[in-house]
Every structure is written in structure tokens, then in C-alpha cells.
Design a protein around this ligand. Structure first.
Ligand SMILES: N[C@@H](CCC(=O)N[C@@H](CS)C(=O)NCC(=O)O)C(=O)O
Length: 219
């Protein structure tokens, strides 16, 4: 049985969503981000990304991490591709070309979109969005997202989904990256194909089940 290390309020959310979709049983070891704790090294601190026991599994000190027997894998998007391939079925790549396209979109999402979308989300979450500095920061990130969001919008208009004309792990990976950009009101309405595809992704029972667990966790 797979073990997932991480909390729902982390990038592990994308792994939990996929595992719900394919109904694969897994063990869950909650590991909270060290930076969310007042003293992550305190004796009574909960198991966290700076705990020696976690660092011995994942020297990068970040969640999520997956264990499958003695096989350890980090990087949430790589984990999802591994799990989907292991499970097979419609969410997995059907052949080498689909596999390559799923890797292509995961790398595009993480290199061209995720950091900018996250910066926007943090500007809102940390209360900077309404200050002149925050507005300038968000405007710069929105400008950096213009080209990749345009690429995705055109791709979705033509193909409906990321890969293979059906809902797959590639949609989960990209949807979880784009979710951060939703923090900026009105941003995605400029990209209607993305907006409607994302709404359809979020309407899936497996996403909703993950989201419910996430909201149940302390912020
Ligand atoms: N690219 C990595 C990013 C992992 C990452 O930064 N995880 C955050 C939580 S979402 C974390 O554990 N941060 C702890 C820290 O930076 O100390 C992935 O997708 O898994």
C-alpha cells in the first residue's frame, strides 16, 4: 500500500485528489510544513518538514512525499504521474506519446505558471493585495502569466482537456496549479476556456472530497 506524507493544506492535495479519483487505498502520515509552526524543532512540535524523522525520508524537507514499499518519491506532479501509471485506466497515459505529453504539461505548469500563480495567492493571503506594492506585484505576475494562460486557453478550446481528449491525471496536475491563480478576482475570466474547464474539474466528486478534508484541517 502507498503512503503519502503531507497535509491536505499543501501540494499533497493534488495527490489526494488523484487517489480519490482512482479509489486507490493509501496510508496517510500527516506532515505539516515547518514554517507554519512557531517552533518546528520543539520537543512537542507535531511531525513536520523539519523533523529529523521526516528529513531522513526526504532530505529536501518538503511535502508531499510518497512511499511505495522501499521506493521513495517526492515532487507532487511526478508522484501523480507515477500513481496514475501504476493504476492504469483512463486517467493514466494510454501510450508513450500520451505519457510524454503529460510530462510536457506538468513541466510547463511548474516552470511557466506555478510560481507566478503562487505569488499572486500569497499576496492575497498575506494581506498585501490592496497595498500599492501588492497591486504592483500582482500586476507584474499577471503580466508574466499572460502568455502561458493564453497557450492553455487555446489548447483547451481545441482539445477540451490537457491530453487525450479525456479527463486524466494531466488535468489534475494543471488544475491544481491554476487553482492558485483563482485568488486574483477576474483573472481567469479573461481566459474563458480555462475558467469553464477548471469549474468542471472542481465539480468532480473526487475533488470535492479532497477539498472537504482540506477545509477540515486547521488553517
Ligand atoms: N515542487 C515541489 C514543492 C514542494 C513544496 O515546496 N512543498 C511545500 C508545501 S506545499 C513545503 O513542504 N514547504 C516546506 C518548506 O519549504 O519548508 C512539489 O511539487 O512537490
Amino acid at each position: 500500500m502507498l503512503t503519502i506524507y503531507g497535509v491536505y493544506r499543501s501540494r499533497a492535495s493534488r495527490n489526494f485528489w488523484l487517489l480519490n479519483e482512482i479509489d486507490m487505498p493509501f496510508d496517510h502520515v500527516p506532515v505539516i510544513q515547518g514554517y507554519r509552526l512557531p517552533d518546528p524543532e520543539a520537543e512537542n512540535a507535531p511531525f513536520n518538514t523539519l523533523s529529523p524523522g521526516f528529513l531522513s525520508i526526504s532530505p529536501a524537507g518538503a511535502v508531499p512525499v510518497l512511499k511505495d514499499g522501499d521506493f521513495v518519491l517526492s515532487e507532487s506532479l511526478a508522484m501523480n504521474l507515477y500513481v496514475a501509471r501504476k493504476a492504469g485506466g483512463p486517467l493514466a497515459p494510454a501510450d508513450a506519446r500520451e505519457n510524454a505529453l503529460m510530462e510536457q504539461w506538468a513541466l510547463y505548469g511548474v516552470t511557466a505558471i506555478e510560481a507566478h500563480a503562487l505569488a499572486i495567492m500569497y499576496a492575497h493571503a498575506e494581506g498585501r493585495a490592496k497595498s500599492p506594492e501588492g497591486e504592483a506585484e500582482i500586476a507584474a505576475e499577471v503580466a508574466r502569466l499572460r502568455r502561458p494562460l493564453g497557450v492553455l486557453n487555446s489548447h483547451l478550446r481545441e482539445h477540451g482537456h490537457m491530453v487525450g481528449g479525456r479527463f486524466t491525471v494531466a488535468d489534475i496536475n494543471m488544475a491544481e496549479i491554476l487553482r492558485y491563480a483563482q485568488a486574483e478576482p477576474g483573472l481567469l475570466s479573461g481566459y474563458p476556456e480555462i475558467e469553464s474547464w477548471l469549474a468542471a474539474c472542481h465539480a468532480r466528486p473526487a475533488f470535492k472530497a479532497m477539498w472537504e478534508r482540506r477545509l477540515a484541517e486547521p488553517a
